[in-house]
Design a protein around this ligand. Structure first.
Ligand code: BTN
Length: 237
């Protein structure tokens, strides 16, 4: 069961790296949580600022029937949105799985796959939620914490418990019908099919109509033709 075993550590380089080393010894659903990460990683190799006060954890998935990695990422991002709601915080997803409140990022998700001889053996989903942590100056404009939004200190363990409880429910309900989870995930996305989006393409900023939300890109109709846009390039919608 997801979260049946929770390994709590004071300091780790990265909870995802811990799982990548230990996955073969641990069972499906194991969670590792670190109070601080010294080498927290985000998508595209970015640094994920992980001081004390935030919630930094990874979930190990080793299901009998393997699903596509994005199923696990989506389940975790939807679980975070639902957990935040329990704390009175309304959030949305910026494609593909960044959690945003009023234009600022509150949580991020990093999914990594473990292969052995080309066979997918495990999926590791790392979740970082800004709870009570201080943000460095360079993030203040772009990111937000639960403490800032609610005006009070939040119990990080309660956020973890709540997120895992939502994740368990989503996993049980949708692992046999992942397309139903995709529909829920789409309703939470800020980007909607048919809406206009703005994105960076080389040195220019382009606008276009979002034709299709795909697994690895957004298909956008622009005056230059149809383009595939990836998350780093999306400015607004
Ligand atoms: C992103 O938005 O770029 C993804 C951020 C993911 C951060 C979490 S914190 C727990 C886990 N360990 C890591 O090193 N990264 C993920």
């Amino acid at each position: 069961m997801i979260g049946e075993r929770i390994i709590e550590v004071a300091v780790l380089p990265s909870t995802n790296d811990y799982m990548k080393e230990m996955w073969h010894k641990l069972s499906h659903g194991t969670v590792v949580v670190a109070a601080t990460q010294t080498k927290g990683r985000g998508r595209f190799g970015r640094v994920w600022h992980s001081p004390e006060g935030g919630l930094w954890f990874s979930v190990l998935f080793k299901p009998r029937k393997m699903l596509k990695p994005h199923f696990f990422t989506r389940a975790c991002s939807v679980a975070v949105v639902r957990a935040l709601k329990k704390f009175g915080i309304e959030s949305h997803l910026k494609w593909p799985n960044d959690v945003y409140c009023d234009g600022k990022k509150i949580a991020g998700i990093l999914t990594e796959s473990v292969f052995e001889e080309d066979v997918l053996k495990a999926i590791i989903v790392g979740v970082g939620v800004n709870v009570n942590n201080d943000l460095p100056d360079y993030l203040v404009e772009k990111s937000v914490t639960m403490r800032e939004l609610t005006g009070r200190k939040i119990d990080t363990r309660a956020v973890l418990r709540c997120t895992l409880s939502e994740l368990r429910k989503l996993y049980v309900r949708y692992n046999h019908k992942p397309e139903a989870l995709t529909r829920i995930w789409k309703t939470l996305l800020i980007q909607k099919e048919g809406s206009n989006i703005e994105f960076v393409a080389g040195d220019s900023i382009l606008r276009g109509t979002l034709l299709k939300i795909k697994e690895d890109c957004l298909l956008v109709r622009t005056s230059h033709g149809n383009l595939e846009v990836r998350s780093t390039e999306i400015l607004s919608s």
